[in-house]
Design a binder for this molecule. Structure first.
Ligand code: UD1
Length: 419
């Protein structure tokens, strides 16, 4: 399944451009199903999850043309030819549940396999379904599938209060509401930057979405949306991962194609631990000063500290001076990296959703396994700073969300090889 072999101890130096955001592009590809006209998506990242989402919408009738060299995808769906996302694709790509909103909006029906278990937690979809029901959809589940249909052929706008500001539920309900009758208001909505990017894309298609980026999103339904062009926002988690790696290895890197505003929680924590972070327009410079100082971190929805950076920060804090405490409040089982970091000598104790990390001078290289995407990124960071050689196995998890991470790290001077 592929491995990274990393010889640790080399500080990262130089400049690298951050790729476009995985979590922004997935709902946008899905939203292309809302229109029969061509949507051109620019600056696409070359990721397994992007190929998976393209394959899924092709199965539903979309004509998808990927131009890897120009880094563009063109999607045209004159007619939907199916409305089912089967288990094989949903189990591979959890974001496939995001086709439910566009399918319900355009075809009035959708059938999507239940996502099932996931290494980082159970990840239910009850909030998505409650929202669809409030908009008049009837929901049935059985034989591993959830089926939704609109008895009147069209969803109806209403006010939906989300019990938790779920990113996926907010995205699914936003896209469903675009072609609904009347006004939909999503309260306690997620306010992540990826939601703002999706709203921008929908508005370019002719949708009427306002309030994205706040906790109340208002969507006035329209009869039809048209084709458009859109450039995907930079990936704030890839940027945060590279920032952490540079700081930990005592390097000095400049990232281009970033939105420093999106990275405030990561920047704040790196600075608090003694590192220098300089914001320069759409660039960020990170200088690793000395051994990091221990931190307390609690994950929260945006603008809080992102759960998608928790594992990378855990790796970073293994090397810190003092005792750090990390509380994971978003996912119930997101500490799979801990046992692997312990194989490298890390001193970590787990107590429910809390990790207590006694920092040590240096981890030792070891053979470790990526159990999920961000856990894999954490092991790469640990390997870059560890003494000796680290072999990270199962890197297909990392390829889901990082575009040839080894090329970027090599350009910054790291000794990392794919095997
Ligand atoms: C998205 C991101 C993921 C990130 C997460 C939180 C994508 C493709 N993935 O995932 O990288 O870690 O946001 O920032 O964008 N929940 C429910 N019921 C629901 C929906 C969610 O209880 O119907 C719970 C989940 O179990 C979890 C929490 O809400 O505990 C957050 O989930 P959510 O924000 O929906 O995450 P995703 O959209 O799956």
């Amino acid at each position: 399944m592929g491995a990274f072999v990393i010889r640790g101890g080399k500080p990262l130096f130089g400049t690298v451009a951050v790729s476009s955001s995985k979590n922004a592009i997935l709902p946008i590809i899905s939203a292309c199903l809302l229109s029969g006209e061509e949507c051109l998506i620019k600056q696409i990242p070359g990721l397994d999850d992007v190929s998976g989402m393209c394959e899924l919408i092709s199965n539903l009738g979309a004509d998808v043309k990927v131009n890897g060299r120009a880094r563009q995808i063109s999607v045209r769906t004159p007619h939907l030819t199916g409305h089912t996302a089967d288990y094989e694709v949903v189990s591979r790509l959890r974001a496939s549940f995001l086709v439910m909103g566009p399918l319900l909006a355009r075809a009035g029906k959708a059938k999507v396999a239940l996502p099932g278990g996931c290494p980082i937690g159970s990840r239910p979809v009850d909030l998505h379904l409650k929202g669809f029901e409030a908009m008049g959809a009837q929901i049935q589940s059985g034989h591993g599938y959830i089926e939704a249909f609109c008895p009147d052929g069209k969803l109806k706008g209403t006010t939906i209060y989300l019990d938790f500001p779920s990113v996926g539920a907010t995205e699914n309900l936003m896209t469903a509401a675009v072609l609904a009758e009347g006004r939909t208001v999503i309260e306690n909505a997620a306010s992540e930057p990826e939601i703002v990017d999706l709203a921008a894309f929908l508005n370019k298609m002719g949708a009427k979405v306002s309030g994205a980026g706040t906790d109340t999103i208002v969507i006035d339904g329209v009869d039809k949306v048209h084709g458009t062009e859109h450039t995907i926002m930079p990936d704030r988690i890839e940027a945060g991962t590279l920032m952490t790696a540079a700081a930990l290895t005592g390097g000095d890197i400049t990232l281009t194609n970033v939105v420093p505003e999106h990275l405030k929680p990561v920047t704040a924590k790196l600075r608090e631990s003694g590192m220098e972070v300089i914001e320069q327009g759409s660039e960020l410079r990170v200088r690793g000063m000395a051994r990091p100082v221990a931190l307390d971190i609690k994950t929260h929805p945006f603008p809080g500290f992102p759960t998608d950076m928790q594992a990378q920060m855990a790796a970073y804090l293994c090397f810190a001076e003092g005792t750090s405490v990390i509380v994971e409040t978003i996912f119930e089982n997101r500490f799979m990296h801990v046992n692997e970091l312990k194989r490298m000598g890390a001193q970590i104790r787990l107590d429910g959703r809390t990790a207590i990390i006694e920092g040590i001078d240096c981890l030792q290289g070891a053979q470790v396994r990526a159990t999920d995407l961000r856990a894999g990124a954490a092991l790469v960071i640990a390997g870059l700073a560890a003494r000796g050689t680290t072999e990270v196995l199962d890197i297909h998890h990392i390829d889901r969300g990082y575009e040839f991470i080894e090329n970027k790290l090599q350009r910054l001077g790291a000794d990392i090889q794919r095997q």
